[in-house]
Design a protein. Sequence first.
Length: 144
Amino acid sequence: MFGLLGRPTRGELDARRAQRVTRVLELVERFVYDLGLLIAGDPVDLDGYVEATSARRLGDAVRPALVGGAPTRPDFGEYAQVRIEGDLLDQSAPVRTVVEFDDRSRLVGETGSTPVHARRRVRLHLLLDPGISRVLDHRIERAA
């Protein structure tokens, strides 16, 4: 239902925002999950939802660790903090997100033992397309 002058009502805007937040969270979760698979050395098909240049950069960043022969057991914790920046209702602009989580991933040695590492706080910046169906770009950094 539209209000006066054909503008969406507050309820409609809230519903649209909630829909878009859900889509952002689903896409972020998929990317983080696939990142874990990738560092574990498992095959991942990023082509369906990650822009080709960004997917290639991610693969290039992980490849040296995989070639080194020590597999990683990913552990990103159970919770992440997700922040959506900008006007989520602007369907013509890309959506920027910042995801922070604790990385407790461990290298698995030849004996199968997993050395204990201090947890690291990771900050993941994602740029999503306006339709919230593709990751256009990413940046991963250690949070202070």
